[in-house]
Design a protein around this ligand. Sequence first.
Ligand code: CTP
Length: 400
Amino acid sequence: MSILSGKRVLLGISAGIAAYKTVALVRLLIKQGADVKVIMTPAAKEFVTPLTLATISKNPVLSEFINTEEENPTWNNHVELGLWADLLLIAPATANTIAKMTSGQCDNLLLATYLSAKCPTYIAPAMDLDMYQHLSTSSNLEKLSSSGVAIIPAEEGELASGLVGYGRMAEPEHIVSYLTDHLLHVSPWFGKKVLITAGPTYEPIDPVRFIGNHSTGTMGYCLAEVAAQFGAEVILVSGPTHLVAKHPKIETLRVTTAEEMMAQVKNHYKKVDITICSAAVADYKPAAVSDIKLKKNDKPLELVLVRNPDILAWCGEQKKKQYLVGFALETHNALTYAKAKLQNKNCDLLVLNSLKDPGAGFGTTTNQVTLIDKHLSTFPLELNDKRIVALEICKFIINH
Ligand code: CTP
């Protein structure tokens, strides 16, 4: 099955002669199982008709901010279009569109959609030889590339002007194979949904005090970042921490208590492909929370604690096709306890943190973990920055 199967591809067409090839391109994308919507710049309509593209894509073709053809004009919402898309492909991308994308101009629907889209963006440049070789074009392409836009290289051949050289838009077949190869290698989790719990939970005692732990959430936030870079849509259910996830594909849901974390996991669990429970969830909470601040006296204070829900265990019970990753933080008999946790909570992978290892655990920027798979084979990773450890964990999940 193609990685594009079931994916929503927004094809942006700007005004170059190569626009005529987009009819074949739409057909190929649909053959791969993609759902295709087309946006054209107003001038692109001179090169290929919206009617042809609407017929082939089986979706209305959009070009203007306001749809004036209807009796009651409607607004073509570029933000919604950007959010709809799993992938934005601009082909052909003319020198003019590339320059405007680079400088953030948005005087047409396609450019406004590009600016608001959060999905991976690909462009297939198409222009005449001299324009392609011009310093402004190459520096614009470099800037776009460094901001994360993937450039599908233009091809060599006869150009509309009669010149021969680089500048032709890549052939539709080449565009599609570039997309599929790139997605598989650079975004192996494209189209996947990943749920991650991170940070501590705070269990209130009264309006000012709580039971908590030393977790900072760093490991979970690093995992979220890597998963998003791999192309996944990430739901990060985070306990209290000062950390902020910046990647646009990470939706952070902030919670305080284990019960709140459980509720968010229950809301999202069914629709995700991979769940990683890295949060340091409090196993117990006070049986009763005082509405008013507790005042001290000379007698010992006794708190009655009751069990919190076990989020990872719940995920293990409910598991169908999801891949489930648990964490264990141990101070002694680490491997024995960790293997038991993996089995009791029906995990596919367990990440063991042994507090005995220097540089591992809470409050450090590094971590040293051992991965345990469901056959109970162990894979110790080297002490490393938590970002690298997160990368190794995600790569392990991909390879298994
Ligand atoms: N976990 C959870 N919900 C809880 C407790 C833990 O989801 N209420 C998850 C953690 O996110 C982690 C794993 O379970 O992935 C840790 O396993 P657990 O057996 O709960 O570890 P500890 O809480 O450390 O248990 P113990 O104190 O018995 O070692």
